[in-house]
Design a protein around this ligand. Sequence first.
Ligand SMILES: [Zn+2]
Ligand SMILES: [Zn+2]
Length: 253
Amino acid sequence: MKNLILSAGVFTLLLSSCFFFGCKKDNSTAPNSPGLISVNAKDYLSANNYDKLIIQIQYVNGLQPSAGAVEDLKTFLSQRLNKPGGVEVTYSNINSPGKSVYTINDIRAIESINRGVKHEGRTITAYILFLDGEYSQNTSNLKTLGIAYGSSSMVIFEKTIRDLSGGLGQPSVSSVETTVCEHEFGHVLGLVNNGTGMTTGHQDEPHGKHCNNTNCLMYYTAETSDMLSNLLGNNVPVLDANCINDLKANGGK
Ligand SMILES: [Zn+2]
Ligand SMILES: [Zn+2]
């Protein structure tokens, strides 16, 4: 029994670290997806140029994210974005690209062939790909769960998430999906100091475009017992006041 508890604890600690250690964000100079109009964080946050958002959820067959996670993401975005025309989601599926390991170039190539939504008129779009393999930069004890790799493009390593969640002593699959999706979309919204300026200094600079508040959704890692219990309770971290203030100052709410 002791071994069981210990192993569950170690596994959860590893997973919680992976959320944020494993998150990578190309900086704002990352090229846009092929054929897409260049958009920036403010285009998502304010209604000046775009008043509606359509998110394309594209998944490899069998790896559709849970409905609850997608609803949570929609709610999260509706609370922060000025999109009077609403936030909508479309689903589409693709056959497996056939790899067990994917590079960013592989992921960009999949998007360029399969992305169906393009910014048009006053509708801005985002693309989230749910993949069946792991990230090429993973190590034996550091697994990437999601990457915001373009100004409107994110990948979620759904197979990795399912491998590491949903079991005894682990957070639920949907709570991990929600956390990773919202964290990556946070980068697309310009957090932290990633296209949306800071109203108060709160960037954890040694860890890139992340927040220095250990309880914030945009914190780079989660190593405390508080976070473990949050995850075990399936409580998805939320944005702290500094991150919300930044979004408000750049056209969000
Ligand atoms: Zn991140
Ligand atoms: Zn924050």
